[in-house]
Design a protein around this ligand. Structure first.
Ligand SMILES: [Zn+2]
Ligand SMILES: [Zn+2]
Length: 82
């Protein structure tokens, strides 16, 4: 696992950070595969998903990428309901 020095995204402390990947079962243009959020956290913290997540979708109608910011919990509910 990569350990890098930086600001913990949970507590804001400067520390060596671990990374946790939250993968969402939805295609996204910001990544090559399913949408993913990466949380960097220190050894004192338990990682939690971010409150909001930004998905980039390709709109076939006008052929532009569209960014959608959505509550992470709501996105998980939508994906679970499919
Ligand atoms: Zn922390
Ligand atoms: Zn994405």
């Amino acid at each position: 696992m990569d350990l890098e020095y930086g600001t913990c995204e949970i507590c804001g402390r400067e520390a060596k950070l671990q990374q946790k990947y939250y993968v969402f079962d939805i295609k996204c243009k910001c990544h090559s595969w399913d949408h993913v959020e990466i949380i960097k956290y220190c050894s004192d913290c338990i990682p939690i998903p971010p409150p909001y997540t930004k998905i980039v979708l390709f709109d076939k109608k006008d052929e532009h990428n569209k960014e959608i910011v959505i509550d992470t919990e709501i996105l998980e509910l939508i994906l679970d309901a499919r």
